[in-house]
Design a binder for this molecule. Structure first.
Ligand code: BV8
Length: 229
């Protein structure tokens, strides 16, 4: 990686799969017979808030029992050692990158350990199942907390910072994502347009694999440490 100075790494559910966290595809994109796209939306939250709370309270509980895997740990080592610019952009709402030690990290789709108040819009640490309608720590209103994740149809977080990093990147690496959801799925094209080299590390070719200069297929806990070392 001699001529590489600035790196952007996009991760998806596949980087957490070997920690035991289901990807969206494993369940065939289904949860309790609902398509994820039908549960992870503002409309679903208005229509059936308990269904959406059950979905997120269950996933949050599952995540808390899991641990980072060798892929998260290798990325954290790279983050700590890399002298140039480096940014991990994760689509995942789990906190396994942080728990592995990653610092230069953006959760573009939010974080499962945060809640957001629909009355005062303040973010707060999640304190317990939202289905119990806890009060907002900021404004005190009860029953107004939602998961602080980006649903379909909502604008992902910190996009300006992400595109700034992509525009400066010499290398763009996509790890464990199906390339099914935008705008994340379009990042590789943005990176190419700015002259970056592009690499996909995934269990199988993603929907966007055509856009990558190189690809390696296999489990992230094998591919990522090998790539980092
Ligand atoms: C927006 C957070 C605009 C919540 C998520 C038509 C065309 C283009 C776009 C659209 C369209 N119609 C609608 C849209 C927009 C839409 C979209 O892209 N829809 C798709 C379905 C077509 N996008 C949006 O709505 C986004 N917002 O566009 O806003 C806007 C503009 C202005 C103002 C306001 C709004 C917001 C999308 C975010 C949705 N939230 N998650 C939560 O987590 O519950 S999406 C969720 O699914 C993930 O975050 C991720 O982003 C996405 C896909 O998941 P992946 O991470 O890729 O996981 P997946 O299971 O799919 O794949 C896993 C991969 O890992 C596989 O490839 C597998 O092979 C691999 N793998 C498995 N095991 C391993 C492995 N790899 C390595 N090792 C292993 N062991």
């Amino acid at each position: 990686m001699s001529s590489i100075r600035n790196i952007v790494i996009l991760t998806g559910a596949g980087v957490s799969a070997e920690s035991g966290i289901n990807t969206f595809r494993d369940a065939g994109g289904l949860w309790e017979e609902h398509r994820v796209e039908d549960v992870a939306t503002p409309e679903a939250f208005v229509r059936d808030p308990d269904l959406v709370h059950r979905f997120y309270d269950a996933r949050r509980a599952a995540i808390q029992e899991k641990a980072p895997n060798a892929a998260h740990e290798a990325l954290a080592r790279l983050d700590a050692a890399w002298p140039g610019e480096l940014l991990i952009v994760t689509q995942n709402v789990d906190d396994l990158h942080e728990r592995a030690g990653a610092k230069r990290l953006i959760h573009m789709h939010g974080e499962h350990l945060n809640a957001r108040c629909t009355a005062c819009d303040q973010r707060s640490p999640w304190t317990g199942p939202l289905i119990n309608r806890p009060g907002c720590p900021a404004c005190g209103m009860a029953g107004y907390l939602r998961p602080d994740v980006v649903w379909f149809g909502e604008m992902p977080y910190r996009m300006d910072e992400i595109y700034h990093a992509i525009n400066r990147a010499d290398l763009f690496v996509s790890i464990g994502t199906s390339g099914a959801v935008y705008p994340a799925a379009g990042f590789v094209r943005e990176a190419r347009a700015n002259g970056a080299r592009t690499l996909e590390l995934n269990l199988e070719p993603s929907e966007g694999s055509y856009w990558f200069d190189a690809a390696r297929h296999g489990p992230a806990t094998v591919l990522v440490p090998a790539w980092v070392e």
